[in-house]
Design a binder for this molecule. Structure first.
Ligand code: SF4
Ligand code: SF4
Length: 129
């Protein structure tokens, strides 16, 4: 009982261990699973990443030679990285910025390595029936 009271008092007067992300930044460990990036020059458009993505975040466009990812749908599971036969998907550290809109990144052949275009989609409102 005494140790519990001591611990509660200590925590009451010490600084919080958490940070108010995204308003405060923190040290992101190297090799942490932050976000997905493509090296499109190596992609063979087999669609394994798209088919295996549990968040249905990826769309592979073979004709357009591009990959599109809906950022808020990605759960950083790393499955796409592991299934890619040519190792052209990378998991980089650095968290995506949280937001209420659907941020979409497109990586295409011909773009500078690991660079992408960004589009922001409005979320569809659910209507009660
Ligand atoms: S699994 Fe790799 S090679 Fe296949 S479409 Fe996805 S990124 Fe391209
Ligand atoms: S990390 Fe997981 S959820 Fe995110 S795009 Fe890859 S397979 Fe999909």
């Amino acid at each position: 009982m005494m140790s519990m009271i001591r611990s509660s008092l200590k925590n009451l007067f010490s600084k919080p261990y958490t940070v108010r992300y995204p308003y405060e930044s923190t040290n992101i460990p190297e090799n942490s699973r932050g976000h997905v990036e493509w090296d499109m020059e190596a992609c063979i458009f087999c669609r394994l990443c798209e088919k295996n993505c549990p968040g249905k975040a990826i769309t592979t466009d073979k004709e357009g030679k591009s990959q599109t990812i809906v950022i808020p749908r990605c759960i950083q599971c790393r499955v796409c990285v592991d299934v890619c036969p040519v190792h052209c998907i990378y998991m980089r550290s650095g968290y995506p910025t949280p937001g209420q809109q659907l941020e979409v990144h497109t990586y295409a052949v011909g773009m500078e390595r690991f660079h992408h275009g960004t589009k922001v989609l409005e979320r569809k409102r659910r209507t009660k029936t």
